[in-house]
Each structure stands twice: as C-alpha cells, then as structure tokens.
Design a binder for this molecule. Structure first.
Ligand code: SF4
Length: 293
C-alpha cells in the first residue's frame, strides 16, 4: 500500500516527487490514511472550515462591536472601508487581507465562531489571506482548499518539532506558525513548487523567530489582533520571494528545529503569562486597574 505519511519537510519533498503530488494533495491523502476516512470526507471537512473562515471575515468587517475586553472591535470594519479607497499603498488583495485579519481576530475576541489556524490567537492569518485572495484574484474554491491543506502540512511539522502554542513557544509559535502556513499555501495556490512552498514557510518563520507572547491583561486582543495583520504581511512577503525563486539559506526543517529551541529559551514572563513585554507597560497596567469600573 502507498504510504503518504510524512514527518519532515524533506519527507514532503520526497513524497511529492515520488507520487507527483502537490503538498496539498499529499496532505489530503495523508489525513485520509491516518484517520481512516475517504479523501472526499477529508476534503469536505476542509470545505466546512473554509465556510466558517469566510463567514467570520464577512461578519467581522460589518460590525464595530466591542470585544469582551473592550480593547479591540473597531479596526476590521475601519480597515475594510479604507481598503476600498484609492489611497491604499499596496493592492486591493493585501489591504483586504489586512482588514479580514483584524476582523476575524476581533470576532474571536467577541467569542464569535472562527477557525483556529493553527490556534485561535492566530486565526486571522491564513483565513484572511485566502478569503481575500479568492475574492480579489478570482481563485476557485478547489485551489483555495488545496492551499489550506498545504498550509496544514506545514503546521503539522511545526507542531511536531517546535510548537504552535504561545504558552510554550511565544508568539513565534502562533502568529509565526500561521504566517508560515499561509506563505506555503499562497505559493501552492499561485502555482509554485513544493520546494518553493517550503522555502516560503522557512522565510516566514525566520522573520518572526523569537517573537514573544505578551497579551495585555492575558486577553487575546492587544497586541494579538494587529500582530495577526503583521503575520499576513510577512506571509505575503515570504511567498513573493519564494515565487521569485529566492530560497532560504537555512532549510525549512532546520528552521523549525531552531524555532523549537528559541521557544524553549524564551523566558516564562514572555510566554502568555502577561508578566512581561507589552503586558507590563504603564498603559497596560492602567487598563487593568480600570477595566471593571
Ligand atoms: S501575543 Fe500571545 S496570545 Fe497573542 S496571538 Fe501571540 S501567542 Fe497568541
């Protein structure tokens, strides 16, 4: 029987070559094999998740309702309106992806339904990019779903050899991982090779290596929401470089190992405990003092 299981980026490249598959198609086969369900069922589960992603983006840009901690809630809609203006610095795709990123993370902070991707804290990176890409570049659903599976393969490797938890590895593990997943997905969707997808993921992680987790009052609001938007920009930059043929000097698997080591070296005060970084600034302390008044 064919074996589609992979552990490393190197395995992915070998299997894609052996079976002439994209990373997304390989990830579907792997999941079907591991979960003992049909590829159709695996695919349909992702279609359902993609629908939740789209719904959360659409809901988020329509409302200015406060988040639970009242620190965010207005920026997704604001950015969405701005993204339609002739003033934007980038493109309709990029500015819309930023708007969706803020909107989805605000939805998360309102306890709305989102897709953790890989975590709830980083829910505004891959979904935002792919929903905006589908709309602005007329990409069909099959290609987007394939991209989501490509991103999932990257997330799986990071979760195995490093971490996708802010409490364990800092924000590099959450927004950094999400950014790497999105970068690989973008390359896959835009017709890049598996090797280019891995290069994009490696570049995206390297650019966020060491990023600390320092949420104000322990709420996934500040700096999380805007940091997700930063992860969107980073993913697009990494994907563009990889699609241009630029490679990562340090290969993907080695970058992931380094990421795991860096995560362990980040002090506990900067791993979701809200005891360091932005969480202990004067403004954060003032907010905590007054938040229940
Ligand atoms: S700062 Fe911490 S809580 Fe916020 S998104 Fe990053 S890892 Fe998650």
């Amino acid at each position: 029987m064919d074996n589609y299981r992979f552990k490393t980026g190197k395995d992915i490249l070998n299997l894609c070559q052996k079976y002439n598959l994209s990373i997304g198609s390989l990830a579907i086969k792997r999941e079907a094999q591991s979960s003992n369900i049909s590829e159709k069922e695996v695919y349909e589960q992702m279609v359902n998740s993609y629908q939740v992603m789209k719904d959360s983006a659409k809901r988020g840009v329509k409302t200015s309702k406060d988040s639970m901690g009242r620190l965010i809630g207005h920026n997704g809609k604001k950015m969405f309106e701005y993204s339609k203006s002739s003033n934007i610095l980038t493109s309709s795709f990029v500015s819309k992806a930023i708007a969706y990123s803020l909107a989805i993370t605000e939805e998360n902070a309102r306890m709305g339904k989102i897709v953790a991707c890989p975590t709830a804290g980083a829910c505004g990176v891959m979904p935002s990019i792919l929903v905006a890409l589908a709309e602005e570049k007329n990409i069909n659903q099959d290609e987007i779903i394939n991209g989501l599976f490509a991103g999932s393969a990257i997330g799986l490797i990071i979760a195995t050899f490093a971490s996708v938890s802010g409490a364990e590895g800092g924000c590099q593990a959450e927004v950094g991982s999400a950014s790497a997943m999105a970068a690989a997905a973008l390359v896959e969707i835009m017709g890049g090779t598996p090797s280019q997808s891995l290069n994009a993921a490696a570049i995206a992680i390297k650019n966020m290596l060491g990023l600390v987790c320092d949420p104000v009052a322990g709420l996934v609001e500040v700096p999380c929401s805007k940091r997700n938007a930063g992860g969107v920009g980073n993913a697009i930059v990494a994907a563009e470089m990889a699609l241009a043929g630029i490679t990562s000097f340090i290969p993907f698997d080695e970058v992931v190992i380094a990421m795991g080591k860096v995560g362990k070296a980040i002090p506990a005060t900067l791993r979701e405990t809200a005891e360091g970084g932005l969480a202990v600034t004067n403004t954060a302390k003032e907010y905590i003092k007054n938040r229940h008044k």
